[in-house]
Design a protein around this ligand. Structure first.
Ligand SMILES: *Cc1c(COP(=O)(O)O)cnc(C)c1O
Length: 367
């Protein structure tokens, strides 16, 4: 079986380091926040090139709490993309605000920055560009629009740890960046976790308070907060993964380049592209084909995994019926959801495995 992602092989490659650190965490008796978490926050702030990194319990919480920390809530609108994981819009709704969806660029799947201005109203407070599949949206255009309309920019960088835009790390390109440590992400732990990166000291302080029940002093509560903290065991593992992430991302890039060279010449197959200003870290490798079903069936028959990210746009989800969008409102996103699929790509995919995937796609696409 060739899986989309191989977490077991990744674990085995660093098992000795992890077991050593686990013992130290278990013996420390301090399991939530504490020195490992502080060290991780420092190292991530440094890597992203910001002053502050505030860890929380998930990427979803990173987004939700950041919106709350910027006082975005009921009656406010937040612009985002319909072609993302539900958590992006869910965070907006959980903060009490309303998501407003803007169509995408069909060549990358990223929000089409040129279409944002049309959706701005007096209620618009923020833009959440999603650094989808591992690459940055058009941040210069987004930041210009935000500046002109005094909007907050929160990057959903959950899929793009290590990616850059014009040589600057994602997570440092807006007012705040949100990352997820869900195990399948490029930088993933062995459970849930997330982090917010920012240079905004006020927001950082507010996040540190929100994540511990709105408290800055034990049993004194300044506001109604939540319980959203990172465990020491996750921080210890993430500190180890952080040492390997650049190499792992480089390997993803090499494999993606090879896929693109061999797949783009096949009729009826189009690879999503890397935008010119980007270093893409290929959280997923995505293709488009009108023959998607047959190709995915052929892959499955050869014991090769494939998957659809995402089969239904957010504006058409049952959960968002209340927003009254209809089929046809965001045609590029809708069309992409009908043609896109992902094939195996992870740092431990071998050349032989990759060749096999390419061969099966070639045969299936041409038959
Ligand atoms: C994974 C993901 C999230 C949510 O992260 P969790 O840690 O699973 O809560 C948010 N946005 C995007 C784009 C994601 O891929």
């Amino acid at each position: 079986m060739i899986p989309l992602l191989d977490l077991q092989t990744q674990y085995q490659s660093i098992e000795a380091e992890i077991l050593e650190e686990m013992k130290a965490v278990l013996r420390s008796g301090q399991y939530i926040l504490g020195p490992y978490v502080e060290k991780l926050e420092q190292q991530i702030a440094e890597k992203i090139g910001v002053n502050e990194a505030i860890s929380v319990a998930s990427g979803t919480d990173a987004l939700t709490l950041t919106l709350i920390a910027y006082n975005i809530g009921p009656k406010d609108e937040v612009i985002t993309t319909p072609f993302t994981f539900i958590a992006t819009a869910e965070a907006i709704s959980r903060a009490g605000a309303t998501p407003v969806f803007v169509d995408i660029d069909p060549t990358t799947g990223l929000i089409d920055a040129k279409k944002i201005a049309d959706k701005i109203t007096a209620k618009t407070k923020a833009i959440i560009p999603v650094q989808l599949f591992g690459q940055s949206a058009d941040m210069d255009t987004i930041n210009q629009i935000a500046k002109a309309h005094q909007l907050i920019v929160i990057e959903d960088a959950c899929q793009a740890f290590g990616a850059t835009y014009k040589d600057k790390p994602v997570g440092s390109l807006g007012d705040a960046g949100c990352f997820s440590f869900f195990p399948t992400k490029n930088l993933g732990g062995i459970g849930d976790g997330g982090i917010v990166t920012t240079n905004d000291e006020t927001v950082a302080l507010r996040l540190r308070q929100l994540r511990v029940h709105g408290s800055d002093k034990k049993y004194y509560h300044r506001e109604i907060g939540v319980n959203s903290r990172l465990d020491a065991i996750q921080a210890a593992i993430l500190l180890i993964c952080l040492k390997h992430i650049d190499r792992w991302n480089e390997q993803r890039r090499k494999l993606a380049y090879h896929y693109t060279q061999h797949l783009k010449i096949i009729d009826n197959i189009t690879c999503l592209t890397e935008a010119p200003d980007n270093k893409h870290v290929y959280h997923l490798f995505c293709l488009k084909s009108s023959n998607r079903t047959a190709i995915m069936e052929a892959l499955s028959a050869h014991d090769i995994a494939s998957a659809i990210y995402y089969p239904l746009c957010l504006h058409l989800q049952e959960a968002y019926q209340l927003l009254n969008y209809k089929l046809g409102d965001l045609p590029n996103a809708e069309h992409l959801s009908e043609t896109i699929f992902s094939v195996p790509l992870h740092p431990f995919l071998s050349n032989e495995q990759q060749t096999q995937v390419i061969e099966v796609i070639r045969e299936a696409a041409q038959s």
